[in-house]
Design a protein around this ligand. Structure first.
Ligand SMILES: O=C(O)CCC(=O)C(=O)O
Length: 307
């Protein structure tokens, strides 16, 4: 019950001004009477003009970025198709030796207790504990490329490492990490070893990012002025399963080689396949980037995102 009280989140957020200031300028531009710690959800933006947030800010095209220009033709073609299919694949993006060093660093942080498994299989925010990891994912070349894909300003928000498959049911990240206007998020997924069909590979539905964004109102999870919605996450997953079953989108799995990168759109439906052979690991790392030129928040809990 306490977890649903908006006042509890607001009190916590009251003491995190620096990490929440990013939304304030956007609230002003949109004419929203909110402070940095106020609850926020999609219903706040009804009738608001998203163009107000991007006034006078021409974004660079992805084809002009240094990273894109350095890619082999096949990878460029994958990036070119991003808008159409909702993802792109950059094979061998990271050298095997760099992947090994990431694995060593994660192992060390698990052994010394810096990282502990949460939500079954997730090692959250390793980037907060390792300069090397953070630098790898915040370098200028990658940031420029991701900013161009977002048509905004990409900022690394979160990392999650896995040693076992997530087995997470199909979802869109936009219920967890949401923006106004919608679509200001990218998922960047790195294989830290070869991942076969029995190791719980990533699954995804090409083109599904063009489906509507299914947020709190679509599964009756809006709550009221003092409480967030009462639905369970399983209710969200059930709704998504029904929505996707009513379409022709095809489910695919990403059988990755160590060092391969998969980038997905904010609304691409994806998840983790069952991890069938538990004797094998499934080492991977996922990074989520927000476009900080938009309002960045969590629709499901109606909280502003702590950057
Ligand atoms: O790696 C996986 O199995 C799924 C990860 C995922 O769904 C996510 O981070 O949003």
């Amino acid at each position: 019950m306490l977890r649903r009280l908006k006042i509890a989140y607001s009190l916590y957020n009251l003491f995190n001004r620096k990490r929440l200031d990013h939304n304030v300028a956007a609230y002003d531009k949109l004419g929203l009477e909110k402070t940095y710690f106020s609850p926020v959800s999609s219903k706040d933006f009804e009738g608001k003009d998203p163009a107000k947030l991007k006034e006078g800010k021409p974004a660079i095209r992805v084809t002009e970025t240094e990273l894109y220009r350095s890619l082999p033709a096949a990878d460029r073609a994958s990036v070119d198709a991003f808008e159409e299919v909702g993802y792109c694949v950059l094979p061998n993006f990271i050298d095997a030796e760099v992947a090994d060093r990431i694995n060593e660093e994660i192992d060390r942080m698990v052994k010394d207790g810096t990282l502990t498994y949460q939500y079954n299989s997730k090692l959250m925010f390793a980037i907060r504990h390792s300069d090397r990891l953070r630098d790898l994912w915040t370098n200028e070349r990658l940031t420029e490329f991701l900013s161009a894909l977002l048509q905004g300003r990409a900022r690394l928000f979160q990392s999650i490492n896995f040693t076992q498959g997530s087995q997470q049911k199909t979802h869109s990240d936009s219920i967890h990490m949401t923006t106004f206007p919608l679509g200001g998020l990218l998922g960047v997924w790195l294989a830290l070893e070869d991942i076969g069909p029995d190791q719980g590979p990533l699954h995804y539905y090409p083109g599904s990012h063009k489906m509507p964004y299914y947020l709190n109102p679509e599964y009756d999870n809006e709550g009221d002025w003092w409480r967030t919605g009462e639905k369970l996450y399983g209710d969200y997953e059930k709704m998504i399963a029904e929505k996707v079953a009513a379409t022709d989108y095809e489910r695919k799995t990403f059988l990755a080689k160590k060092g391969d990168l998969f980038i997905w759109h904010a609304n691409l439906l994806h998840g983790g396949e069952p991890h069938l052979n538990k004797e094998l690991t499934r080492k991977s790392m996922v990074l989520h980037y927000f476009d900080v030129e938009r309002v960045c928040y969590h629709e499901i809990t109606q909280r502003p995102a702590l950057m």
